[in-house]
Design a binder for this molecule. Structure first.
Ligand code: ASP
Length: 405
């Protein structure tokens, strides 16, 4: 009964957010602090929780072999689903041909975007971990936490250490705190959506969404729907023989928060808390979900492919087979390279566009609708992370001979 009422509040929050933002933009902007408070509360928990949960998971693994088992599985599974997402993206954009109905010469849109893979690789190992924390650079924080925890695990302590105890107590407390933040999801989501719709110009912004770039928006949404609600559930079923939609239902707060914040990283506390509550093994959830929120982005990968080919179509550029292969490879890299923050995918898209000779200022064309598509792809990114964790968790349970009901 309580759960049904909470679901009603959540759905009501989304609808009310769109309506208020469209009809009362001034009011929505004036009350934007409600959503900001919610976002701040999430962000406040993110970095401590990422550090503590990764350390806790690695300490619990007890051996480096266990770490390798989970890590390798996660990377293989992420590669598989990201590749499937890009293929789906290429499939839908070729089928719908959204670029055929719009044509751009290119000169009227400008936005400076640069992205370098070299810098991303270099940033993996921070020279100053405190700076990485202060700058909210999630990937270097994850990498250094993994390294420190592995070093800790490799030392042969002959008793349970104080640090281990402290980390597991902090972990419990941070998840408790996250639980409090989750109870604010309906209000926070409502305010964040209302503010964004109002900032984009109220009701006319919603019209733009469906009129000027309607076929493009529809193409992205169809691709995301197929990947998130058909392909991933099918994979989950194949690997676990369990009902995927019941899992999706149990983690809906995470999907909604992802939609409202457009950030996989900010959503992480909700993702972790709901995944553990849904029965995913704690050591798997705590280790793979922070990693997934940063490098496993199925929605973004799919989106990169659709957007790049859409722009090529609207510039009248015919792509060859080898260029489609280039889109496949670079969209995958661009998704891995995108940070889990709003519109990060737009920045890494430079890589995809350059690989097929589409002018990068083309990104300006799709900016008008990106605020909405970003939210949708972020929800699918988070869903991809959760399903990956659930699959790995199930496989380990079977290996360990302990299958949960
Ligand atoms: N906003 C997305 C995320 O946080 C990344 C993107 O822009 O595609 O997952």
């Amino acid at each position: 009964m309580m759960k049904e009422r909470f679901l009603l509040f959540m759905v009501g929050g989304v609808v009310l957010g769109f309506v208020t933002g469209a009809l009362f933009p001034t009011f929505s902007k004036e009350t934007s602090f409600v959503g900001e408070l919610f976002l701040n509360a999430l962000k406040m928990v993110v970095l401590p929780l990422i550090t503590v949960s990764i350390a806790n998971a690695i300490f619990k693994m007890e051996t480096l072999e266990r770490f390798r088992q989970i890590g390798v599985r996660a990377l293989l599974y992420y590669t598989l689903t990201t590749a499937l997402a890009v293929v789906t993206g290429i499939g839908v954009v070729l089928l719908f041909k959204p670029g055929a109905s719009v044509s751009f010469s290119g000169s009227e849109f400008h936005r400076e975007v640069t992205f370098s893979f070299k810098e991303l690789i270099l940033s993996l190992i921070p020279s100053n971990i405190f700076k990485a924390f202060v700058d909210f650079d999630v990937l270097p924080v994850i990498v250094s936490t993994i390294l420190f925890s592995l070093a800790f695990l490799s030392v042969d302590w002959n008793r349970k250490t104080v640090l281990h105890q402290l980390i597991s107590e902090l972990d419990v407390a941070l998840l408790k705190l996250t639980g409090w933040v989750i109870s604010l999801v309906p209000v926070g989501v409502c305010s964040l959506i209302a503010t964004k719709v109002a900032e984009m110009g109220g009701a006319p912004a919603l019209k733009t969404l469906f009129l000027s770039l309607g076929v493009y928006v529809l193409t992205v949404l169809t691709g995301l729907f197929i990947h998130g609600f058909i392909t991933l559930p099918l994979l989950y079923f194949l690997f676990t023989r369990k009902n995927p939609y019941s899992l999706i239902n149990r983690v809906k707060e995470a999907l909604l928060t992802a939609f409202a914040t457009a950030s996989s990283s900010a959503t992480f506390p909700v993702t972790l808390s709901r995944s553990i509550a849904a029965g995913i093994k704690r050591e798997v959830a705590e280790f793979t979900l922070p990693l997934g929120a940063t490098i496993n982005m199925d929605g973004t990968a799919l989106y990169e492919a659709v957007a790049a080919i859409f722009l090529a179509q609207s510039y009248g550029i015919e792509l060859s087979l080898s260029q489609y292969v280039a889109v496949f490879l670079t969209a995958t890299l661009a998704a891995i390279g995108a940070a889990g923050i709003p519109e990060a995918g737009l920045v890494t898209m430079v890589l995809v566009l350059q690989s097929i000779g589409v002018p990068t200022e083309g990104i300006g064309i799709i900016l008008a609708v990106d605020w909405f598509l970003d939210r949708c792809r972020t929800a699918i990114n988070v869903l991809g992370d959760i399903i990956a964790a659930a699959v790995i968790s199930r496989q380990l349970e079977e290996r360990d001979g302990r299958v949960s009901p």
